[in-house]
Design a protein around this ligand. Structure first.
Ligand code: ADP
Length: 606
């Protein structure tokens, strides 16, 4: 299936299964929201770019600061080394004095000490000791032992409490320092050691490095590594506290959302970092954090830093912008879709109202068709058949009389159904306007009984009509209320077998008029009693199916009773007859009559 076909089918499906206003509202929402999603995408990319630029700016600041720091260390190294070109017989005091003006503890608190270590062969040690002990009588090289080469600390300008402890320490005995010293001779350049364990440190694992610069004997050639080795006099070194250095670097542009780890690359990759800023873990694990590793070489030594920036590196306002765009988009789309919904539904309501009116008009047409086109000819048929039965058309045989009687009865039923249909249509259209007046309900019931007495007689049924002696006045439309009573009595006759009895009565109860039609007929199942007042409902059982009917009578009756503000109830059980009761509400303005005594005005039924 091609994409075009897919969309066509989906559209078709939506059109058939979902209402138009729902589809339109949904489409408006989706279209608006999609536009916002597109916009959000751009904003989010912009924010991410800003995040990266902020990160890169931070990295640049860090690397510039590192360069500046290292240049400073180098300048101290070169200054110290320069001293030896003018004076070979320096003292510890001279050395310390030289660095005094730089105010190093204040200006560069990351420098632990700056010292000088002579490069000595075993044979040169006694003369060196002799010389230095003239200044520092207790001077000793440590660790003790006989070695080919020594590089003991001769002088040290101390900037932290314990730096002085390092005096006499032979750094050539440790692999890290020795390697850096040797490398600096090879290159003739300042050379950085790896992480060293400070001799002077009170905290043993304090991370530090030494930066060495070779000092040569005056006047010797130092072009090649061999020449430099031959001319080597010693080393000036700067000991740097890595933690203090990185803290100073980060302080150049403090940002709590930027953090770093500093690793030795030569060591075990899983070993602990040489330095880690306190906020590193919390920064790097944040959702959306940028974390990158940078290998780098400083004065010949290889290190690695891992730099992390959490999204907070840019302002909270900017960070929240994409979400804000999305929420606003959702809100605007919902409002727009809501407006479209209101517009389309009101339009649909208008259309459906129009449709209703059209249907109503069609019903009205049908009504007029039923009343004029059907009722009139049916009535004419009734008249002619009636006339023939009465002998106006000449003599007819017995057989013909029977046949005409059947035609007459059928025509009567037809007219009855047509009339009922007319009333139903009028009721549904709300076109029945009651003309209420004070009527004697007893009289109305009596008239209804009288009219149906012939039918009951034919069925050899006993039809009793019990009405109060005195008029029982109610507010009712005599025509319609009669129709309701007629229906009930007619049903009682229809659904009661031959020779059964029907009682129609009216009495006063608590000021209300209570009309009851009781029969000894086929009865109605309790479960189905609620349905019999619905339009076109007929109970389909073997007893009632023999009786002709349209299922409209009780619907009409109930509607008429309701229009009178009254209420109808049925009590019945299968095979034990039924009883329909109408209770017309008490109206204090109406004198219902004083009597509750009944006159048995039994009409000549049998
Ligand atoms: P119908 O034209 O079928 O009589 P109604 O609306 O008057 O229509 O009555 C609905 C149904 O209720 C009838 O078909 C019948 O099954 C049942 N019914 C009505 N009155 C009685 C009654 N007095 N006794 C038993 N069943 C009745």
């Amino acid at each position: 299936m091609s994409l075009k076909e897919f969309f066509a089918r989906t559209w078709q499906w939506l059109r058939t299964n979902v209402k138009t206003h729902v589809v339109v509202t949904l489409l408006v929402f989706l279209a608006t929201f999609s536009a916002f999603v597109y916009y959000w995408h751009g904003v989010r990319n912009g924010v991410q770019k800003d995040e990266h630029s902020a990160y890169e700016r931070q990295v640049r600041i860090l690397s510039t600061a590192t360069e500046t720091h290292l240049q400073l260390y180098e300048s101290f190294l070169r200054g110290g080394a320069g001293l030896f070109t003018i004076n070979r017989s320096l003292t510890q005091a001279d050395w310390a004095q030289y660095f005094q003006p730089y105010n190093i503890p204040k200006q560069s608190p990351d420098i632990i000490g700056i010292g000088f270590v002579p490069y000595l062969t075993n044979a040169e040690v006694p003369a060196f000791l002799n010389n230095i002990r003239a200044q520092v009588p207790k001077y000793a090289i440590w660790p003790a032992g006989t070695r080919n080469v020594y590089a003991p600390v001769a002088y040290v300008a101390t900037f932290t409490a314990n730096t002085g402890k390092v005096v006499g320490f032979d750094g050539y005995t440790t692999a890290v320092r020795r390697a850096a010293m040797q490398a600096s001779v090879m290159s003739g350049q300042p050379t950085m050691s790896g992480k060293i364990t400070l001799v002077s440190a009170q905290v043993p694992d304090k991370s530090a490095f030494n930066l060495y610069l070779p000092v040569y004997r005056n006047g010797r050639p130092v072009q090649t590594a061999t020449e430099r080795q031959r001319a080597l006099y010693g080393f000036v070194y700067v000991a740097v506290d890595i933690k203090a250095m990185v803290n100073a670097l980060l302080a150049e542009n403090p940002n709590s959302n930027f953090a770093l780890q500093w690793y030795e690359t030569a060591g075990n990759p899983k070993s602990a970092p040489v330095y880690q800023s306190g906020n590193f873990t919390s920064t790097a694990k944040q959702h959306g954090a940028i974390t990158q590793a940078f290998p780098f070489t400083l004065y010949g030594h290889k290190w690695k830093v891992v730099l992390a920036a959490s999204p907070g590196i840019i302002s909270a306002n900017e960070r929240q912008l994409p979400a804000l765009v999305l929420w606003r988009g959702f809100f605007v789309s919902a409002v727009l879709a809501g407006a479209v919904w209101l517009l389309t539904t009101s339009r649909e309501r208008k259309l459906s109202r129009q449709k209703q009116l059209e249907v109503q008009d069609a019903k009205d047409d049908l009504l007029s068709l039923a009343s004029h086109q059907l009722r009139t000819p049916a009535t004419v048929v009734k008249q002619y058949v009636g006339m023939m039965l009465q002998g106006y058309g000449g003599k007819i045989t017995r057989k013909q009389t029977g046949m005409l009687q059947n035609a007459y009865d059928s025509n009567e039923r037809q007219l009855e159904v047509i009339n009922q249909l007319l009333y139903v249509a009028r009721l549904d259209a709300g076109r029945i306007a009651l003309h209420k007046q004070k009527v004697d309900v007893g009289k109305l019931l009596q008239e209804a009984c009288d009219e149906q007495a012939v039918e009951a007689k034919q069925r050899r049924q006993k039809l009793a009509c019990k009405v109060p002696k005195r008029p029982l006045k109610v507010e009712a439309d005599p025509q319609y209320f009669r129709m309701a009573l007629d229906n009930l009595i007619n049903n009682a006759i229809k659904y009661t077998p031959d020779k059964g009895s029907i009682t129609a009565s009216v009495r006063k109860l608590e000021g209300d008029a209570l009309i009851t039609i009781t029969d000894t007929g086929i009865g109605i199942d309790e479960a189905r009693q609620a349905t019999i007042f619905e339009k076109f409902t007929r109970l389909e059982d073997e007893l009632s199916s023999n009786v002709s009917g349209s299922g409209i009578g009780l619907y009409l009756t109930n509607q008429i009773v309701s229009l009178h503000g009254a209420h109808i109830e049925v009590t019945s059980s299968r095979s034990h007859g039924s009883s329909f009761t109408i209770r017309l509400p008490a109206d204090p303005n109406i004198d219902l009559g004083r009597t509750s005594a009944y006159t048995k005005r039994r009409r000549p039924v049998n």
